[in-house]
Design a protein around this ligand. Structure first.
Ligand SMILES: *Cc1c(COP(=O)(O)O)cnc(C)c1O
Length: 417
């Protein structure tokens, strides 16, 4: 992303060969060929540090959290709350109390949508989204449109995934309550100007939520610098386990928010005719939380910090440049999304071939890419396609793997033309 190699400036380095050895799954083959995993934007593989942290918790320190007054419960609580501290540090939140663990990215959007639907979004109130949102950051707002009569307004994006700030500004009205917008497109890889988007939203008295399910993976995120009200990211794309997401909420905002789900842990007092609620973040974590998943996520974030967020970003920028350069040489491939500030998430079409056939043929060469609408149907419509192929890269990918992708695409072209 922003850590592009520049002349004469030493770049943080990543020992990719050593790093790959930390991922047991990368040792396996696909159809007798080396596995080339280029689907990390759908879900990333897990390093040994994550697998070990979760196994260790299960083998040594497992019990339910918070309620216990015994050794194992205290150890589990310390590990679980430690993960919250790690997530707060990772996003540069003001306090761990601003970090809510959810069951994933999708659950976090639904939490905010539900709670704001109780407190402040009513009939005719407006929510601004962009045309490149993931369905996870669209459908919860459609639910508010259906349930409360909220109005959804859409900011245009260029084919590269760039947002025209004047067009964005023009969408605000006295009824705008919220902007829910991507910090990085999962199709085009484009990073949005989060700070500017937030400043404009706040100047119009609206809150702003960022979908950071991709941006959190590929570069430094600083929620206080952005000054957002909400920020969502998800464990399984951050080299962590499934079943865990992170919702950052500004303390002053969370304090005013009612609960989403009811159950244990989120209460203060329950009687037969009354209930009062716990403070954030616990107010939003009903029932037994994803304890092991949080511990795994904490290990994943610490692992990323140890490798160096900037070193990972610099490596990924080199991969991005290399793959774009190689794809440009193939006159039968069209790439979607060439924003300057872009992660190595590459959507493309092979002339005369359906994306599903492309991925099926690539798969047989050991190369795993995704094909489909990528949970972004409004963007597909905007681009004038129904589906694309997508190759997405992570810290563990190599330049040789790009060569394998290119060779696979040449073979695909031969077979299908
Ligand atoms: C994956 C993804 C989501 C959904 O996150 P889950 O944890 O899979 O529910 C939302 N937005 C973007 C941009 C994503 O890439």
């Amino acid at each position: 992303m922003s850590a592009d190699p520049q002349k004469n400036i030493p770049q943080p380095s990543l020992d990719v060969d050593a790093l790959r050895e930390e991922f047991p799954i990368l040792e396996r083959e696909a159809y007798g060929k080396p596995l080339v995993y280029l689907d990390s934007a759908a879900s990333a593989q897990k390093p040994r540090a994550v697998i070990d942290a979760m196994s260790h918790a299960m083998e040594h320190s497992y019990a339910n959290v918070h309620r216990g007054l015994h050794l194992l419960s205290n150890e589990a609580t310390t590990a679980f709350e430690g993960a919250r501290k790690t997530a707060a540090r990772f996003l540069n939140a003001g306090s761990p109390d601003e970090i809510i663990f959810t069951s994933g990215g999708t659950d976090a959007f639904n939490l905010v949508s539900y709670a704001l639907g109780v407190t402040e979004i009513n009939e005719g109130d407006e929510i601004i989204l962009s045309l490149m949102e993931h369905h996870s950051n669209i459908v919860p707002w459609h639910l508010l449109r259906e349930r409360k009569g909220a109005v959804l307004k859409w900011v245009d994006v260029s084919e590269d995934g760039e947002i025209d700030l004047d067009a964005y500004r023009a969408l605000f009205s006295a009824r705008t309550k919220l902007v829910a917008i991507s910090h990085m497109s999962n199709v085009l890889g484009a990073l949005t100007p989060a700070k500017e988007l937030a400043t404009i939203a706040h100047a119009h008295g609206a809150k702003i939520l960022f979908d950071g399910c991709q941006a959190g993976v590929h570069g430094r995120v600083d929620v206080r610098d952005i000054d957002c009200d909400f920020y969502v990211t998800t464990g399984h794309k951050l080299y962590g386990p499934t079943g865990i997401g992170v919702l950052y909420g500004k303390k002053s905002v969370l304090d005013q928010l009612p609960p989403f789900k009811g159950g244990g842990e989120m209460i203060d007092l329950v009687t037969t005719d009354q209930v009062t609620y716990n403070d954030p973040p616990h107010r939003f974590e009903a029932g037994t939380p994803p304890i092991l998943e949080a511990i795994g996520l904490g290990a994943a974030l610490s692992w990323m910090e140890a490798k160096g967020i900037d070193a990972i970003a610099a490596h990924e920028a080199r991969l991005r440049d290399h793959v774009l350069e190689e794809l440009a040489k193939l006159n039968f491939v069209r790439v979607y999304g060439r924003a300057a500030d872009k992660a190595p998430i590459i959507a493309f079409a092979v002339e005369g071939a359906h994306p599903h056939d492309v991925s099926a043929i690539l798969d047989r060469t050991g190369v795993a890419v995704r094909a489909g609408h990528h949970c972004a149907q409004p963007l597909m419509k905007h681009l004038g396609v129904t589906a694309t192929s997508r190759a997405s890269f992570a810290a563990y990918n190599t330049h040789e793997e790009i060569d394998a992708l290119i060779a696979g695409l040449m073979k695909t072209h031969q077979m299908l033309s």
